[in-house]
Design a protein around this ligand. Structure first.
Ligand SMILES: [Zn+2]
Length: 138
């Protein structure tokens, strides 16, 4: 086993990864090391991916099922649960107080085709707040 230094591809935190150099033969190190994420980011990306998939399923139902009425309370209730989980996971990651607003679920309900834009905007907002919080405490 050899140790290799890397920077997390998401938060650029430095870390060390142990790997068998023989197992790395098929990869070139310069290509492989920039793709590594630290545990914290890896766990977040994994959860985020799972919740996003579920949200996406709900959005597809909203977009395609003609029997679903726009005011369907069941779908709205699911979106509330999923967006709450999403904001919990994201706020934990950015070390922020959980700031879920009903508007978050409503926006997705009203614009299911823009799910990814809505989620990205939300994450960008959190990242900005997290940056502000770090500069304020220094
Ligand atoms: Zn990281």
């Amino acid at each position: 086993m050899n140790s290799y230094a890397y920077n997390c591809k998401f938060c650029s935190k430095p870390g060390i990864v142990k790997a068998d150099p023989l197992g790395l033969e098929m990869f070139t190190l310069e290509k492989w090391l920039p793709k590594i994420a630290c545990n914290r980011c890896g766990a977040f990306m994994d959860l985020k991916f799972k919740i996003t998939q579920e949200l996406n399923r709900m959005c597809r139902v909203l977009q395609t099922d003609s029997k679903v009425k726009r005011g369907d309370e069941k779908i709205k209730a699911k979106l509330v649960i999923l967006t709450k989980r999403y904001s919990q996971v994201a706020c934990d990651y950015y070390r922020l107080t959980n700031v879920w607003e009903e508007q978050f679920a409503e926006m997705i309900f009203d614009h299911p085709g823009e799910l990814y834009t809505i989620l990205n905007t939300y994450l960008q907002q959190l990242a900005r707040e997290a940056r502000k919080a770090t500069t304020a405490s220094v």
